[in-house]
Design a protein around this ligand. Sequence first.
Ligand code: 13P
Length: 335
Amino acid sequence: MNSKVLKQTIAEIFANGKGILAMDESTPTCKKRFEAAGIPQTIEMYRQYRQLIVTTPGLNESIGGAILFDETIRQQTDDGEPMVKALMKAGIIPGIKVDMGAKPLPEFPKELVTEGLDGLRERLAEYKTMGARFAKWRAVITIGEGILTDACIHANVHALARYAALCQEADIVPIVEPEVLMDGNHSIQETYDVTEKVLKALFSKLYLFKVDLEGIILKPNMIVAGKGCPNQNSVDEVAEATVNCLRSAVPASVPAIAFLSGGQSPKVAAEHLNAINKNFKDRLPWIVAFSFARAIQQPALDVWKGESSNIKKAQEILSSRAKIAAAARRGEYNS
Ligand code: 13P
């Protein structure tokens, strides 16, 4: 492992107040999003959409790294240029989603474990030759009646630690993503307690598997109440709970935290990130940025509608959402 290379990649991704764009929706997720937007769900339409993103003028003013799906890293733009090359030319570092999805955990109904460790060393080697310098693995944690179990936490943080170690062996920065879902009626306190427990278990496992904490990016959820909870909290309350939770569980040696948006609206996700950076800047030992998918992409996808005549408008909206996220990263977003 070359920790200098890992640190350099992280420094480049987050330089000048930038963050990460997650554009690594798997085929089933893409299908779901396109269906909802009334766009034909074909590989060609997915390619055109990804092309729209990677050719957005000025995207690198706010985006330092973009996470791709296996399908996209193998695709080209209309000009025959690999999508990865188009990103690199634009000054954006390509990353790759390497997990194989969250699958039912046997004997634990409604709980999931993320798979994809088999053959991962070889897949990382291939992705590296294609230009990927960082990777992503998402574990899914659900709060509900009788769940979360210790078995679910244990299985998921074990996989995250094994994945992270394999990435670092290949000089690829691992984004370590334990996502506690917003789905459910749980309160903000429950999200806090579960996230804290998961993060503590995660860092203990990362230590056990000799993962260099200075060479990872943590991608957590913000501390918000479940979508179905009648008591939703103010922006400042969410920011405070999130900062307290992270301070209690994330070592200061981790260089950067990049939040997922998790189904929050683009505006609310940006407001929360902004309040964290604005209200608590003296309490953050890490870079606190974003690795949003929906909170940057969704408005652009809705405007595009699969029509080439809407590309320019969609790109403008994408670029503006990315700028807002970057402003929030600096604590300078005025909603
Ligand atoms: P959202 O920002 O839409 O939650 O997606 C982030 C992500 O990449 C989840 O793995």
